[in-house]
Design a protein around this ligand. Sequence first.
Ligand code: SF4
Ligand code: SF4
Length: 257
Amino acid sequence: MADGEVKRAVYGKARELGVNLVRTCSADAWEERPVQDPEFWPRNIWPWASRVVVLGMPLFAPMMATAPSMVYQELYDTSNRVLDDIAYLLSNYVTTLGYRAMYFPRDCYFNINVLEDDPRAAFSHVLAAYYAGMGTIGDSHNLVTTQFGPRLRIVSILTDAPIEPDPMLEHDLCIHCEKCLRSCPVRAFTHALQQGQDVYDMDAIACTKYHEELVGAHHWPCGICAAVCPVGEDVRRYQMEPMVTPEGIAHCQRFGS
Ligand code: SF4
Ligand code: SF4
């Protein structure tokens, strides 16, 4: 199979399995545009993996607008489970084409409390999606996309299949409205000017501690910084009418599903 055909076959299979967004980056991107320490670079974990295929599916905005709530919790769990299932099936498909493939599962931690010791993920799907041109990284540290803003879940497949990488986006999708910063219930974000550059820092431990409270209340994750983001074709559909009423949000936050 020619290289272009491999890409068409893998992307076609991903869409057949229900994925909305599929993009690829080179595993060398971690080294060429370093953001993380070398221990996180895919090739330092699986040296044969030359490509990372990133899959994205939406978190439906009207459900997310109720966050933190049981409605959002179930959406979050379902989207993670579906994405991991699809990543498993697509990795298997790539191996049937004769290549090596595996996926890095979605939320790789047993319990939110372990993130207090070190909130870093073993593998950043956000960074993989950024390198693959699926979106750019917003001030909220979420991936921001044209289609869904930051309201999506993503998973990554590592492979040696000869899939041509997709270009990174050239323009920033975050419009720096700071709605995410202002809406965070624990004020986890800070904005500072460093050498004339805007730097948006995030206190991941404060965010984690708030999530521990929400787990106790059976209404997690928080997701407010993603829910309020005005970027995305998904929210533009609701510009002429309220996505959810204030009473509806209170209702979903008060009751379980
Ligand atoms: S998820 Fe919630 S607590 Fe964490 S940074 Fe976003 S708004 Fe703040
Ligand atoms: S809410 Fe505004 S500042 Fe935050 S990520 Fe979205 S566009 Fe950027």
